[in-house]
Ligand binder design. Sequence first.
Ligand code: EPZ
Length: 423
Amino acid sequence: MSKFIIEGGRKLSGSIRVKGAKNAALKIIPAAILSKEKISISNLPKIEDIDKALHLLNDLGATINQRGDRLEISTANIAKFELNPEFANKFRASIMFVGPVLARFGEVKFPHPGGCVIGAGGRPIDLFLEGFKCLGAEIGVDGNYYHLKAKKLKGCNYFFPLISVTATEALMMTAVLAQGTTTLKNCAMEPEIKALADYLNEQGAKIKGAGTPTITIEGVEKISGGGFKIIPDRIETGSFAIMAAATKSNITITDCEPEHVQALLSIFNKIGVPFEAGRDFLKIKEAKKISSYSIKTHEYPGFPTDLQPPYTVLMTQATGSSLIHETIYDRRLLYVDNLLQMGADITMCDPHRVVVNGPAKLYGKKLTSPDLRAGIGILIAALIASGQTEIDNIYQIDRGYEDIDGRLRSLGADIKRIGTLNL
Ligand code: EPZ
């Protein structure tokens, strides 16, 4: 199993370019199934989860040409409506293929999506099934497999009982080819949702309200092909901004959208992290003293759950106590054991709340990356810690951050990869 070896305690400097958003790309790739014409995509991140999505699409019969960060997809010849469990079981976002295959073929078979350790009980998909049923699908369940059928999807009105990013995206894209109008209420508002709607509208879809709680989709017979650039990854942007603040470094983050990380930047103003924000860059400057500040994760535009682990690491270096309240997922605070081993002063109040006291000196340890965002948090802790840290299971970092060690070395970090990058 590959691992990182990090010698911590060094300041970083220079600039780092943000890649295309993983959580935008993982939706536009399956959305290509909605059109029989060619789709071209640029600014695609080279990460494991994208590779899994392309393997699944290829298995369905699509033609895929990839050159660097550019991709061409043709789904004209796909004829299969069963998602290959060998691929679909390995990443949660395989659920995004269900709606487009159902809309295209009137039928889809798939396993319960796997691949993500956070969230309770294998991450439920009840909102997806309720929504597809609302659009006219019959739902068959056989053990861990689902079989959905719908001669013709019909527009409907659906109110999400709780806010879900991918369920919003799944129903929005599926309704594009339904007969009549669909109104979705209590939708998620993440930037990736508006980006997906913009891509689909350029192909002839009629989606209004993406990025607000109410989205209406007027069904069309078919949509054309198109060419799209993936929006910058706001979680990479926030992770690197926190990394700069935590290592007391001057770092410029380029090709990003500061607008998409307002929740973090508003806190930087409060805790004493100086920064300059431009249209597509963020300059983080060395903070003399960082004050503690409590957060509660919240759907967009609130503080994103995906930045909770890196932020918690930052709070270990802040002066004072901070309450970290994780409201979105179960099990998303389990990683703090790693920080305790490194010397952090953290008290677990309940499975959703921890209190961090700082500043605490961190020491290098042998650790394991438990999940993607906890992994980048532990990596930031390793950059702060004195001495050597070894992180194994770094697949759980590579799957979301392209060439993270190469990019950190260009900032002056002492990080080595042992073993190969299994892309
Ligand atoms: C998306 O996951 C992101 N993944 C996650 O990023 C992100 O953490 C999350 O949104 C919240 O912002 C992708 O876009 C691929 P949810 P998603 O449905 O849509 C519950 C990362 O690190 N729920 O908004 O799966 C669910 O259990 C990943 O990049 C149901 O109960 O998250 C959770 O408690 C991690 N039933 C809550 O909703 C359902 O049918 C919100 O999750 C669906 C979700």
